[in-house]
Design a protein around this ligand. Sequence first.
Ligand SMILES: [Fe+2]
Length: 228
Amino acid sequence: MANLLKLLPIMPEVIGLFSIPTEDHLNYKSEIESIMDSAPKELRCTNYRSDNLEHICNSRYQNIFKQFPSLKKLEESLRDYCVEYINKSGFICDQVVITDAWLNRAGLNAQQHSHLHYNSYLSGTYYINFDSQKHSQIIFYNQRLLNAAIHSPVIEIPVNTNQPTPFNSKEISINCKEGQVLIWKSHLNHGYKKNMVDNRLTMSFNVMPKVCTDGSTYSFSINDDNSL
Ligand SMILES: [Fe+2]
């Protein structure tokens, strides 16, 4: 009796993976490591949920690209990647604004608990100093399986761990490498588990389409000024 024809995975999420040319990446890495070491203390903060996790420009009125114009070429590339991500996944947008961008240096045992980026359309990570075999990889959590404390009401039944499917995975890790840029929709829950070696250096950023419109009636545009 084989009456089941198919189980259909519908409406997948789209995540974009880009690669910065090696020579450009090495230049950015050198510049960013220098910023990481020399940035003034008013641009620095530590993560309130994790030990040994330091940020640069991770406050409301800060943006690493506004603070350090030497990274202008990187900013332009990240904007181009976001427009390509949007267009290739079938949506219309020809200009985006990087509304927030900050650096993260994760030491030994640092971690990012599951979270999402509010007030943003796209988010991304640029892997600056990253050993893909040793540093923690980003994890996306299956929001259809999140527990009722987060998304209520919801009904849960046990996962058959002996039968992994595209439908019952609670989390998916993306295998990124140094010099790559990962882009996703900001509402996706993500994080990473305890970092097993020192100096996991990344840049995070939030992105909005310059013009947000339903295509016919309603719209607004983003002012690229985070001092407001
Ligand atoms: Fe994040």
